[in-house]
Write a protein that binds this ligand. Structure first.
Ligand code: 15L
Length: 274
């Protein structure tokens, strides 16, 4: 019988691609789950779970959902680039509601951050988790903000948080860039398990990628959580290694196409940013 958390786990964004994977896996382990999303849950709700449709912009609803929960796996919000006004409610106001609920319940937060919080780092760089935040979009900026909010709530209120900078979590890598950024669903699920069951996490950052040889990233807090990714993009190299764009901005930076989206610079940015 696998270990279960002492208190229920709230999963936001449960109806999204990653929320569904995590819900199915944790439901199969019999974990007591509270699921929420702004959209209906498309799958069969696991026997140990209940689903409540809610908007992250509704602070009272979020407080109610989190009642009694010990962990919040926060996958909710906008998950790709959109205009600032669209990102603002779900991702900026929404993360505040999540942290207020976590503070009240003395719950831990796993925040589904993104590589787009650091997207304007060059692909030739190998980054540590404490690298400079260089968001590539309003979406990436909201993820950087969410990470910073986690730090603030840890130092001010003792709210523990694990900030997972997810690379590209899909069934398989789709192009050459994803040979560096791919995160297998099974590795994501195991990370959620470890982050929930770890005795303590403080505030930490994890690179959300499988054990890919071509990685852009190194050194994070995984050892403290006891998380070790088991999958790797390496076996897909022959299949997708040749899939690159003809856009120099997309190919230059770790964030790929998010960097070239709505890009108005005429000359390439200098390498030295100071
Ligand atoms: C993300 O943050 C997105 O949610 C996902 O759809 C992918 O675009 C991924 O980043 C990526 O960078 O591949």
């Amino acid at each position: 019988m696998s270990e279960k958390p002492a208190r229920p786990v709230l999963i936001t964004g449960a109806s999204g691609a990653l929320g569904r994977q995590v819900t199915a896996a944790l439901g199969a382990r019999g974990w007591d789950l509270v699921l929420t999303d702004i959209l209906d849950f498309p799958d069969k709700v696991p026997a140990s779970a209940r689903f409540v449709r809610a908007d992250l912009g509704d602070g009272v609803a979020v407080l109610r959902l989190a009642e009694g929960c010990g962990t919040i796996l926060h996958f909710g919000g906008i998950s790709t680039e959109h205009p600032f006004e669209t990102v603002l409610g779900p991702n900026i106001r929404g993360i505040y509601h999540i942290y207020e609920a976590a503070r009240r319940e003395k719950a831990r937060v796993l925040f589904a951050s993104s590589n787009h919080a650091i997207g304007f780092h060059e692909r030739g760089e190998t980054l540590d988790a404490d690298c400079q935040l260089l968001p590539d979009t309003y979406y990436g900026l909201s993820k950087a903000y969410g990470e910073m909010m986690g730090r603030m709530y840890w130092f001010k209120h003792g709210v523990e948080n694990v900030n997972v900078r997810i690379g590209s979590s899909f069934p398989e890598p789709k192009n050459a860039r994803m040979l560096s950024t791919w995160l297998a669903y099974s590795d994501l699920v195991e990370l959620c398990v470890r982050a929930t069951l770890a005795e303590k996490t403080g505030t930490c950052v994890i690179w959300g990628a499988s054990a890919n040889t071509r990685t852009f990233w190194r050194s994070d807090a995984r050892a403290a959580l006891g998380w070790l990714p088991r999958e790797s993009s390496d076996s897909f190299a022959a299949q997708v290694g040749g899939i690159v764009s003809d856009d120099p901005v997309e190919e230059r930076y770790q964030g790929g196409g998010y960097c070239s989206f709505d890009y108005t610079r005429k000359e390439p940015a200098p390498r030295d940013i100071f």
